[in-house]
Design a protein around this ligand. Structure first.
Ligand code: ZN
Length: 475
């Protein structure tokens, strides 16, 4: 938190992260200025006076967004981008070829470097909050990867939610890998969750640290009789539950073969639905599964770039949002999209659903003709990726630009030719693609990026370490 008041002055405009008409500050109240005191937005408006001692940040010709909330990630994969053997595979063989093959080589130093790369990249895209499903845990592990991840987040000032992975079963797709990671016992996972909740689960609004219980997949990472006790433990500890679900058609086939039902029906039968549960992907859903998600207010972490990269599909996020399902956006691990970047993720999200709507349109008289114009708007995508993410994670007071909210604020400068000629500058960071310069990035009112630079970070040194680690891992 920054004790010095900050006044962001004279922005070209703001998107607030709020839904509907409140997405933009419009009309006579059109805000150009934001006052930040003690880490919180205390005023919005025009021609605000700077209190004594305030620092004024001149945002002329800049646009202002809330910090992005990234709800699904695997930061350790930030050192596994573009592994050649995995470039032209679908999800299941890609899992064997890339993350499950490489994760056995990770020690504490590798996790720290990968997390630093991923968090730096996310922060420079304007992201303030990361939920990271980490799944390098095994019996006798000689380092505390959870602690390392919180340390890296703290060093950059990010809000960090550890989605603690952990498996009690070995997946069939791993057994051919030499020295594959051995599973943990459910008691060891439970004991570690109790420890992590005690150490890192901040109560109250605007949290800096949270934890959730997050086996990689409820179908094959744990035994089905362990699901209800793990859900009960999460609810006793007051933490959220997370997993991957229904990422590909193979998952539907597995659920049918193992349990004779659809994946969402399976998790609903095992207490893994509700407003404290959220799933990544949900790319293949039957109508009755969508109804269950809506009725139970189970959340979605939508990962459109990763779903495209490993040819999984296009998740029905717009339809789920219209049904009232809490929708958020995650970048997923960078081994499955080659980026840790909320700007490219939201840009692609906006485009892919419009393309999908058009691809489904059919000529009249049998079909609707051209359709899908309003399938998703820029404001919808910004809402999902900010306030929507905060709701899914349970981070109250985060993800919006409004009085009383945490001062997690991205100020983008539109001084690149890509952004010249825009009639509506507010849409630029999502609509135009690319990365506008981040003039300032605030988290809890603290300046974490200034003119694209992270104070104290030696970018050349980070690049050299990344190149050396790629060589060591076999790239
Ligand atoms: Zn994932």
């Amino acid at each position: 938190m920054n004790a010095t008041p900050l006044l962001i002055r004279n922005a070209a405009g703001m998107l607030t992260g709020l839904p509907g008409a409140a997405a933009r500050t419009v009309g006579s109240n059109e805000a150009r200025d934001l006052l930040i005191e003690a880490g919180v937005i205390t005023a919005m408006g025009r021609d605000l006076a700077a209190p004594p001692g305030a620092r004024v940040l001149d945002a002329t010709d800049c646009v202002v967004y809330p910090g992005w909330v990234n709800t699904h990630h695997h930061l350790f994969q930030s050192i596994l981008k573009g592994v050649p053997a995995g470039m032209n595979q679908t999800l299941t063989p890609w899992l064997t070829t890339v993350p499950y093959t490489y994760r056995r080589h990770f020690d504490g130093e590798t996790i720290r470097l990968a997390a630093t790369i991923g968090m730096v990249e996310l922060l420079r895209s304007g992201c303030s909050t990361i939920a990271d499903q980490h799944y390098i845990y095994y019996p006798g592990m000689p380092f505390d990867s959870s602690q390392i991840l919180f340390e890296v987040a703290d060093s950059l000032g990010l809000r960090y939610m550890l989605l603690r992975g952990g498996s009690t079963r070995t997946r069939e797709i791993e057994v051919g890998i030499p020295n594959y990671l051995k599973p943990e016992s459910v008691d060891d996972i439970a004991a570690d969750m109790e420890r992590l909740a005690r150490l890192y689960n901040d109560p109250g609004p605007r949290p800096r640290h949270r934890v959730a219980i997050a086996p990689p997949t409820p179908l094959v990472s744990v035994h089905k009789e362990e699901l209800k006790p793990l859900a009960a433990l999460a609810r006793k500890l007051g933490i959220r539950m997370h997993s991957h679900l229904s990422e590909t058609v193979t998952y539907i086939e597995q659920a049918a073969a193992m349990h004779g039902m659809l994946p969402v029906q399976f998790v609903a039968e095992h207490d893994w639905v509700g407003p404290d549960v959220f799933y990544a992907h949900l790319a293949h859903l039957a109508p009755e599964e969508m109804q269950i998600l809506a009725q139970t207010q189970t959340g979605m972490a939508h990962c459109p770039q990763s779903n495209a990269r490993v040819a999984s599909g296009i998740a029905p996020a717009p339809a789920l949002a219209r049904m009232g399902v809490p929708v958020s956006i995650g970048v997923d691990g960078a081994a499955a999209n080659e980026a840790n970047d909320m700007l490219s993720e939201t840009h692609f999200c906006w485009l892919v659903h419009r393309a999908h709507a058009g691809a489904q349109s059919r000529p009249r008289p049998e079909g609707n003709g051209e359709a899908g114009a309003d399938i998703v708007t820029i404001e919808d995508v910004v809402h999902w990726a900010t306030a929507g993410g905060a709701k899914v994670l349970g981070f109250e007071g985060v993800g919006t630009l409004e009085v009383g909210a945490a001062a997690d604020i991205a100020v983008y400068s539109l001084d690149e030719p890509r952004f010249f000629g825009l009639h509506d500058p507010l849409i630029a960071p999502v609509a135009s693609g690319g990365r506008p310069k981040l003039k300032w990035m605030l988290i809890d009112g603290g300046i974490r990026v200034e003119d694209d630079a992270i104070p104290g970070l030696d970018m050349a040194e980070l690049a050299a370490k990344a190149r050396a680690m790629v060589r060591k891992l076999g790239g």
